[in-house]
Design a protein around this ligand. Structure first.
Ligand code: GTR
Length: 334
């Protein structure tokens, strides 16, 4: 090769960021990456599909350079484990409940206050607006969170279910060992309502119900059905005490390896996933109710929720007192 051509070739390789002593930073950022994602729910569940679709868009936009590999059905463990794996970069995405994010970033616990949101629609308005953005940023910027807040997702309203008896009023919770997510706030909540709050990873709930380690739990209808708890717990009571959104967080160590353009793509597809999941969720909820009916689950409504709302006042006093302005802004969102 003539010297001039060699120089030219060297010049264009440098422009591509492929020379100067091994891989340059920009070349490393362009490397092919398979981004692992974890979800406790099975294939086909709204959150699983929404994250998979994010992956499809990402693959299309990067010509297959970035892809998402979904591990559903708790293959990688429960949600605490998923967050920990994301924090160290063992997986890229953890799709978890805000309930499990609270112990990592305290301010997110505002969404975990019982009876805070008037309805799932109210919650959607809040997560889609400035408060949602601010709380995602809190997750990203909290010292030592080691995760990046990408987006929220819907999870409807959580209600009580148990293996023992139909609940008609708040008094029926008395003495029942009720599983709650691993967050002290929910133990306090359940105890305030008269049950015995048992914090437990989601991966242990089904066997806990089967073996009688717990008498019941609380969750939305799709989790109750599609994670098979309804095969053991036959009573579902529409207390709708929590409307807690889901979250998709990304591993900070992996995020930091991505180029600015790739980060922007992930944020964009995350925002789109937040809205897309909503439609999937509504269908899933209908399907869950149909399956509950077919399985003869006794579904009870609570005509008057005021005793439940009054009972959780100590939880609001203990935790809510930290964020009076934020709570007011949430309540004022219409
Ligand atoms: C579900 C939620 C999961 C998990 C689970 C739980 O509604 O989708 O992310 O948090 O509840 O109770 O642990």
């Amino acid at each position: 090769m003539k010297r001039r051509n060699v120089l030219q070739l060297g010049g264009s390789l440098a422009a591509l960021g492929l020379v100067t002593g091994g891989l340059t930073r920009s070349a490393a950022a362009q490397a092919t990456m398979v981004l692992k994602a974890s979800d406790v729910h099975p294939a086909g569940y709204a959150t699983v599909v929404a994250v998979e679709n994010m992956g499809k868009k990402l693959a299309a936009a990067t010509n297959g350079r970035l892809t998402i590999q979904m591990f559903p059905s708790m293959q990688l463990g429960g949600e605490k484990e998923a967050i920990e794996q994301a924090q160290v970069g063992a997986i890229a995405f953890a799709r978890v409940s805000v309930g499990t994010i609270g112990p990592v970033v305290d301010e997110l616990n505002v969404f975990n206050l019982p009876f805070l949101f008037r309805s799932p629609e109210h919650m959607e308005l809040v997560i889609d607006g400035p408060i949602g953005r601010e709380l995602l940023d809190k997750v990203t910027n909290a010292p030592n969170s080691h995760i990046v807040g990408l987006c929220f997702m819907d999870a409807g309203a959580r209600s009580m279910y148990d293996t023992k008896r139909a609940m008609k009023s708040i008094g029926d919770l008395k003495g029942l060992k009720m599983r709650v997510m691993g967050n002290p706030m929910f133990v306090d909540m359940m105890n305030a309502l008269g049950g015995n709050g048992v914090p437990m990873g989601y991966d242990q709930v089904f066997s806990g119900l089967q073996t009688g380690v717990i008498d019941g739990a609380e969750n939305n209808p799709p989790s109750f059905v599609f994670d098979n708890h309804y095969q053991v717990a036959k009573y579902y009571t529409l207390t709708e005490h929590l409307i807690v959104p889901e979250m998709v967080v990304m591993s900070r160590p992996i995020w930091d390896k991505l180029s600015k353009d790739d980060q922007a793509l992930i944020l964009k597809f995350g925002r789109e996933a937040q809205l897309e999941e909503r439609g999937l969720w509504n269908d899933l909820e209908k399907e869950a109710y149909a399956k509950m009916k077919a399985a003869n689950i006794e579904v009870n409504t609570i005509a008057d929720k005021t005793p439940f709302q009054a009972a959780v006042k100590p939880v609001w006093d203990k935790y809510g007192a930290k964020w009076p302005d934020l709570i007011k802004r949430i309540q004022d969102t219409k």
